[in-house]
Design a protein around this ligand. Structure first.
Ligand SMILES: C[S@@+](CC[C@H](N)C(=O)[O-])C[C@H]1O[C@@H](n2cnc3c(N)ncnc32)[C@H](O)[C@@H]1O
Length: 180
């Protein structure tokens, strides 16, 4: 009983803040937020872990994250020029992780984006097979949002069909219509 009393946190305001861990999400690179993902690691944790082992004289050639999620560690490893190996049970997670960690031509991204916005408006989503793809989607989205998402998906498929898959995955993860 005594032990429980001692370790129980009664007032969170009284817990001192250790500035070492006080790094805001606003300092994260934008690439980390191209797509939301639950339980994403704060990016700075990887950097601090690498700094820590570097002080111990360890300089890894490769980092593995077997629950890699949306690839926060993968992306940070890449920035430090360290090879990465990861996996995740969720294919959406590995797609985001791959999209975040790949290298792109900025010029090509801009050209594709302009093409996407151009053809997006022309797409007629009504009656497309995606509309009947999964009843749960029509439960979660208002009809307007759902139709907009179908338009985006069709535009991405059309514009990216002759581009390397990494560009397709990037736009699936990163492009969003305002108000969706
Ligand atoms: C806390 S998240 C990982 C965050 C990630 N390390 C990062 O850098 O942002 C935990 C991940 O574990 C994955 N996961 C859960 N069970 C798994 C399993 N049996 N095998 C592989 N991945 C699993 C989940 O899908 C989830 O993406």
């Amino acid at each position: 009983m005594h032990l429980v009393e001692k370790t129980l946190i009664k007032d969170f305001e009284q817990i001192p803040i250790d500035e070492f861990w006080n790094v805001g999400a606003e300092k994260e690179l934008k690439m980390h937020s191209i797509h939301a993902y639950p339980a994403k690691f704060p990016a700075f944790l990887t950097k601090k872990a690498l700094e820590h082992i570097s002080k111990l004289g360890i300089n890894p050639k490769v980092i593995a994250d077997v629950f890699c999620g949306c690839g926060t560690v993968a992306y940070e490893a890449k920035r430090e020029d360290i090879d990465f190996w990861g996996c995740d049970i969720n294919p959406v997670a590995t797609m985001i992780a791959r999209a975040k960690s790949a290298k792109y031509s900025e010029n090509k991204l801009i050209i594709i984006f302009n093409k996407l916005t151009e053809i997006y408006e022309k797409i007629e989503p009504e009656g497309h097979s995606y509309y009947f793809a999964n009843e749960r989607l029509t439960y979660w989205y208002f009809e307007k949002q759902f139709l907009d998402l179908i338009k985006l998906k069709l535009a991405i498929e059309e514009v990216l069909k002759n581009h390397p898959k990494k560009y397709h995955d990037f736009f699936i993860c990163a492009v969003r219509r305002q108000n969706i």
